[in-house]
Design a binder for this molecule. Structure first.
Ligand SMILES: [Zn+2]
Length: 495
């Protein structure tokens, strides 16, 4: 907004007042109409510490929002119909979570209170794609989106009886050539419907051949989308190490030209995370489009009946029964309860990631923050509610493992850039910049912290003061705003 603009809105205000008076409206309505028309912006965030990871702006500014977009960033005072005093608070781009399994109202609330404005299901993905988007459109607190998933496609074609993850046919049996063709057709259909990429969890479908994965990477390359992959193995035991599994997908990316994003690097590479990060950095330096992410916790969570806990898990992960925690009750397992619960099926937490490994990945400026979160009926892993505030409170403020700007970049700009080549909507997210979407997270850097624990995972983060999605408050004064649904489906539009 320039000075010239400001002067030219005055006569308009005057004319509006004359017009309203001529209509004979009560004076209170007249003055409110005048106040509204003279406000330059819908919302002004005043005197906040604006941090933009793209321009590296880190300074006190006023931010004006109009029609869902950032319309001004200025040292000059701005006037809005809603004025928010952001003194002492950081004004950051809304956080983008590339790995968010919880895609319902319950989970979107935890996400919003953790500062997340866009939650994407990129690892497992979904199939079919179109109905998944339709179910959420105009009904969601925050933005949402998904890849088309190799696992859900394979479960449908092979008639697996598992719900969230495979538990029999897709896990134990090798797909026939005809089944592989059907899975590929479902993936192509999902891409035609705007899916954000292809999602893989090779570890959950271990009978999947390396040729099948290579062919699907070639499809991704042909369509220009990235592959989001939970790699084939985890841990250090050979054969079948995390390092070997990472080599498989790096080779497939090199051999096909496909882009690759390796999910939760710490939970697959464990004590070999440093070498895995070197492999990814080296591949990227030599021209491969490869990225990675981590959640800031020392434990994993998955289904106990899945292939992850097939024979040999203790040696692989360097843990035993007492390191496993049954989500439904919070109890630590024994050989007996392990056998019983594996038959029943359910979520289990595995305390297998050393703290120094977690710090190494969270502290690395190129490793994105992504939650892998899922809260179901207030149960789950605390990462579903606290990942982003935990990085800001524990790893930035308390441990000084990384700078605040680097942390914000890992939560906003890097995930936006991962997607923006094929998802134009992401070019206006992940930044505090004039013209960008007003998806903004306003937090107190001195108090921001996660509250969710392994015993009580369903606790909201603290210190995330306000959250806006497309210029609409979804969190205001640390409370969810009820009844608003500004979240939009994020899709590929140039397929
Ligand atoms: Zn995973």
């Amino acid at each position: 907004m320039t000075k010239t603009n400001w002067w030219c809105c005055c006569p308009a205000t005057f004319l509006l007042a004359v017009f309203i008076i001529a209509l004979g409206l009560p004076t209170t309505q007249v003055s409110s109409a005048i106040a509204q028309s003279s406000a330059e912006f819908d919302i002004v965030l005043a005197n906040g510490r604006v941090m933009d990871p793209e321009s590296n702006l880190d300074a006190i500014r006023n931010v004006g929002i109009r029609e869902g977009k950032i319309a001004a960033i200025s040292t000059r005072p701005l006037r809005g119909r809603t004025m928010i005093d952001a003194k002492g608070l950081v004004v950051a781009p809304g956080f983008i979570d590339l790995h968010s399994h919880g895609q319902d109202d319950e989970n979107y609330r935890y996400k919003a209170r953790d500062g997340v404005t866009t939650a994407l299901e990129m690892e497992l993905g979904v199939s079919p794609v179109a109905p998944w988007y339709a179910q959420r459109e105009n009904k969601s607190l925050i933005n949402f989106g998904a890849t088309v998933g190799h696992i859900p496609a394979k479960m449908a074609v092979m008639k697996d009886t598992g719900t969230f993850l495979p538990r029999d046919n897709a896990m134990n049996r090798k797909a026939t050539p005809d089944e592989i063709r059907q899975v590929t057709d479902l993936i192509k259909k999902g891409l035609d419907e705007g899916a954000l990429g292809i999602g893989f969890g090779i570890n959950y479908v271990p009978t999947t051949t390396r040729a099948e994965i290579f062919d699907l990477f070639a499809l991704a390359a042909e369509r220009g989308v990235a592959n989001y992959v939970h790699i084939r193995d985890s841990g250090a035991v050979e054969p079948g190490s995390g390092v070997g599994a990472l080599q498989e997908v790096l080779a497939d990316a090199a051999g096909t030209g496909a882009s690759l994003h390796v999910v939760h690097i710490t939970s697959v590479c464990l004590r070999q995370t440093a070498i895995c990060l070197s492999m990814i950095e080296g591949a990227a330096r030599r021209g491969l489009d490869v990225t990675t992410e981590a959640y800031p916790y020392t434990a994993t969570q998955t289904r106990l009946e899945s292939a992850i806990y097939d024979e040999g898990w203790q040696e692989k992960f360097g843990i035993t029964f007492k390191d496993l925690q049954w989500v439904a009750t919070g109890e630590r397992l024994t050989a007996e309860t392990f056998a019983r619960y594996r038959k029943e099926g359910g979520s289990v937490i595995g305390h297998s990631i050393p703290e120094d490994i977690s710090r190494l990945a969270v502290g690395n400026p190129r490793v994105m923050v992504a939650s892998d979160g899922l809260i179901e009926n207030r149960q789950g892993h605390p990462r579903g509610a606290g990942s982003f505030a935990r990085v800001l409170g524990v790893y930035v403020r308390e441990q000084k493992a990384l700078s605040l700007m680097d942390a914000i970049r890992k939560m906003t700009l890097l995930p936006a850039q991962r997607l923006e080549k094929v998802v134009p909507a992401m070019r206006s997210k992940g930044r505090v910049k004039v013209g960008s979407d007003a998806d903004l997270t306003i937090f107190d850097p001195l108090t921001v912290i996660d509250r969710a624990t392994f015993e009580q995972p369903a606790l909201y983060s603290e210190g995330i003061r306000h959250v806006l999605v497309a210029g609409v408050f979804v969190v205001r004064d640390e409370k969810i705003v009820e009844g608003v649904k500004p979240g939009k489906g994020i899709r590929r539009t140039n397929h």
